[in-house]
Design a protein around this ligand. Structure first.
Ligand SMILES: *Cc1c(COP(=O)(O)O)cnc(C)c1O
Length: 458
């Protein structure tokens, strides 16, 4: 019997959630084109679409919101954010951006030349889109096991050093502006990267003069797994491990909407002065002055305070435990989920769940739609729709992983809510063979999963 720690917080403010009938949900889902991204949030009972920006902020953060210094330049909240990032992440320079993709845009523009290659440990949607927009080819260098939903490894997000070496031999180091390492790997199921692996990546890249840039969006979750699974780190603090981890990168992009515990914000970091100069010139064009980057002073204050809170062991221990609690309930009922359970979500294996559907009938999209109908629980497709199309051939990317993500927002739901989610999945699993696939009836060109529409083949 696992021990799941009770919430390390108490509730000061409440937000009522919508209880809907099945008839209402049939109508809402039809209006949304069977795409959970197009539902209204007040049509959802438990919203597990994403953990991005859905965090409940603390009283300490809300108090900070009242201390916003809304100066156009040199806000004291920026100074606080800069000090905090230097202290906990260790990078010399920080440029705030409106969210993670703002930082990805800047990094891709200043580093990538057309014809370059950007290796990464599995792609992320917006990250790869920005790399490709600037003329780079993304190359997946994650270990093969990460593409198998059932292999249980402690660090399934690791970079395959041989794949990286082979790419360097093939195209030459001068065509690799940086290696993008995600800690943890969202699309692999929130799988962590070991400190040992990060050390090796840094060593190989340094030998070839290639920069290492982290996608640090989920870095605190990664830190927790290092503490839990790498012997040398059992007794080290979260803050201590985080700082060492970041030491193996030359910079990072960050979506503050995840591990910085805020509703909006992000930043770009680097140690290199020259790179910083170019980013500082460009941010003015896309986000705002380098001392606010599209954020209000109060938002920077909330992010600085969120970073301080995020390294509290009890916070991250509870967060990861909530994921495990939901996963354990599903696994006990025989429902196929991605193994091992990662840091921010439980992923249903839609290929196995709906094993009578071919991938071109969008099993994960179908399962997400059905889960909403069943229960009002909103989830997200992470499969063929999210993977998009190959820019050259025009055909679908067909990822091995065809998943539905049940993402746990930070500090928002209780274990009782997770019981409701588990029961809905179990009910659906029992009648899975009745479920028909879907066809896509509207498809936008870029990042199609956000707005595409579907019809049931029923
Ligand atoms: C959310 C996310 C991003 C993009 O950040 P936004 O704030 O949504 O723009 C990039 N990488 C990973 C791993 C993410 O989870």
């Amino acid at each position: 019997m696992h021990h799941y720690p009770a919430e390390p917080y108490k509730i000061k403010v409440v937000e009522p959630i919508a209880v809907t009938t099945r008839e209402q949900r049939v109508q809402y889902l039809a209006e949304a084109g069977n795409n959970t991204f197009l539902l209204r949030s007040d049509q959802c009972y438990i919203d597990l679409l994403t953990d991005s920006g859905t965090t409940a902020m603390s009283d300490y953060q809300w108090a900070g919101m009242m201390m916003g210094d809304e100066a156009y330049a040199g806000s004291r909240n920026f100074i606080h954010l800069q000090e905090t990032v230097r202290k906990y992440y260790g990078f010399r320079h920080i440029i705030p951006t409106h969210q993670g993709r703002g930082a990805e845009n800047l990094l891709s523009r200043i580093c990538i030349k057309p014809g370059d290659y950007v290796p990464g440990n599995m792609y992320f949607t917006t990250t790869r889109a920005h790399q490709e927009l600037n003329g780079a080819t993304f190359v997946d260098i994650i270990i093969d096991e990460a593409h198998d939903s059932q292999i249980d490894l402690p660090f399934k997000g690791n970079v395959d050093i041989q794949k990286l070496q082979r790419l360097i031999d093939e195209v030459g180091a001068e065509r690799i502006p940086y290696v993008c390492v995600a800690v943890t790997v969202n699309l692999a199921g929130g799988q962590p990267v070991s400190m040992e692996n990060l050390r090796e990546v840094k060593k190989l890249c340094s030998a070839h003069g290639i920069k290492v840039m982290f996608d640090a969006t989920r870095c605190v979750e990664n830190t927790y797994f290092i503490k839990e699974r790498e012997a040398a780190y059992h007794d080290r603090s979260i803050a201590d491990i985080l700082l060492e981890m970041m030491g193996y990168a030359d910079g990072c992009t960050m979506s503050g909407k995840k591990d910085c515990l805020v509703n909006i914000g992000g930043f770009l970091c680097m140690n290199d002065d020259d790179l910083y100069q170019r980013a500082a010139e460009l941010v003015v064009l896309f986000e705002g002055m380098p001392s606010y980057g599209g954020l209000a002073g109060r938002d920077m204050e909330a992010m600085a305070r969120g970073i301080e809170e995020s390294v509290d062991y009890h916070y991250i221990h509870h967060r990861i435990s909530q994921c495990r609690y939901l996963a354990d309930a599903l696994a006990a009922a025989g429902i196929p989920i991605v193994r091992p359970v990662g840091g921010h979500a439980v992923f249903l294996d839609a290929r196995a769940f709906l094993d009578h559907l071919p991938q071109d009938e969008f099993p994960a999209q179908t399962l997400a739609a059905q889960l909403y109908l069943e229960s009002g629980v909103r989830s997200m497709e992470r499969g063929i729709v999210s993977a998009g199309r190959d820019a050259r051939t025009g055909d679908h990317h067909r990822p091995k992983l065809e998943l539905v993500r049940l993402t746990i927002p930070r500090r928002v739901y209780t274990y009782a809510h997770l019981d409701v989610v588990a029961q809905a999945c179990i009910d659906l699993y029992q009648r899975r063979h009745e479920i028909k696939g879907m066809k896509m009836v509207y498809e936008p060109k870029l990042l199609r999963f956000f707005t595409s529409r579907f019809e049931s083949l029923d």
